[in-house]
Design a protein around this ligand. Structure first.
Ligand SMILES: NC(=O)c1ccc[n+]([C@@H]2O[C@H](COP(=O)([O-])OP(=O)(O)OC[C@H]3O[C@@H](n4cnc5c(N)ncnc54)[C@H](O)[C@@H]3O)[C@@H](O)[C@H]2O)c1
Length: 286
């Protein structure tokens, strides 16, 4: 099923002119949206993905549109690849002003914690938290040396703030990202480097292919499920990322912007089928 508006892009502007930005996991979904949005605001973008073809396609779309992009094939869970990523960025653009740690994944269907294994926990740690520490640690020396600030944006999830059944370790790792960001923001404040998070929900991407998952009945219920009445698109968190990367957010650090159409605010509340002003917290309706 096609969803109108999926290809929406953030408006063109000049908020990031001259800045160099690394976006991890930028070959698809939210990361691709952020990379394109940064380029539309004048940034030189490093499009990093473990899938080289995807990274090249997004970087190509940026250059086709007149922007500047470097595709880097790298698994951000691998230390040597991350070191090479920083070297390649500095060779290409001479500096790093913005880092978006976008890679993250819930790694499958989940299940009762009692049935999970330490190997499962390690895999979730590697892809959701450890690589955020690693990439940030690798980028910071250059960012600090530059001496004129910077912005780090980490992708967490709504589920770092509420629970998610059968995915307690994923939720814990994403909550770890939030606490890391808050405290790192304090550490880096002396350098003028800001650290903030984006907490998305219900945003169409490669990881969350709602067009394949949703039945027509589910589609009809989106207004009861998402207060703003639609699913998210990569352009939604991308707009937030442009704000957090730019000087518009110059006094914003150590916090999270929820980009979820209101699902976190709604908590257990749902709009009913009786009209836009009718809500319930009783699960039998809807
Ligand atoms: N889509 C949503 O609604 C949603 C909700 C909550 C949180 N998030 C978070 O937002 C971020 C982006 O999510 P998405 O849905 O756009 O993801 P996605 O899976 O659609 O895209 C992620 C991209 O990252 C790449 N990637 C995966 N592992 C990598 C690695 N180790 N090294 C380099 N590249 C790697 C993939 O190849 C893919 O191109 C994630 O951190 C995710 O947890 C998304």
């Amino acid at each position: 099923m096609e969803h109108p508006g999926t290809d929406r892009e953030v408006p063109v502007g000049e908020l990031l002119t001259g800045r160099a930005a690394i976006v991890t996991g930028a070959g698809a979904g939210i990361g691709a949206g952020i990379a394109r949005a940064f380029a539309r605001h004048g940034a030189r973008v490093v499009v990093v993905d473990v899938d080289g073809a995807r990274a090249a396609a997004v970087a190509g779309s940026v250059t086709d549109a007149g922007g500047e992009a470097l595709a880097v094939t790298a698994d951000v869970c691998e230390e040597a690849k991350v070191a090479a990523l920083v070297t390649a960025t500095l060779e290409a653009f001479g500096r790093i002003d913005v880092l978006v740690n976008n890679v993250g994944h819930y790694l499958g269907g989940g299940g009762p914690f009692v049935d999970s294994t330490p190997q499962d926990w390690s895999a979730l740690y590697r892809v959701n938290l450890e690589q955020v520490l690693r990439v940030t640690h690798a980028v910071l020396p250059a960012m600090i040396r530059q001496g004129d600030g910077g912005s780090i944006v980490n992708l967490t999830t709504v589920e770092a703030f509420r629970g998610i059944p059968h995915h307690p370790v994923y939720a814990a790792m994403k909550a770890g990202v939030v606490q890391f960001s808050k405290s790192l923001a304090l550490d880096l404040s002396e350098h003028g480097i800001r650290v903030n998070d984006i907490a998305p929900d219900v945003t169409r991407s490669r990881q969350l292919p709602y067009e394949r998952w949703l039945t027509p009945e589910d589609e009809a219920r989106i207004p009861s499920w998402v207060p703003l009445g639609r699913l998210g698109e990569p352009a939604d968190p991308a707009g937030v990322a442009v704000f957090l990367a730019s000087d518009l957010s110059a006094f914003v650090t150590g916090t999270t912007i929820h980009c979820d159409g209101g699902t976190y605010a709604a908590g257990g509340w749902y709009r009913t089928s009786h009209g836009p002003r009718s809500w319930t917290n009783r699960p039998h309706d809807p």
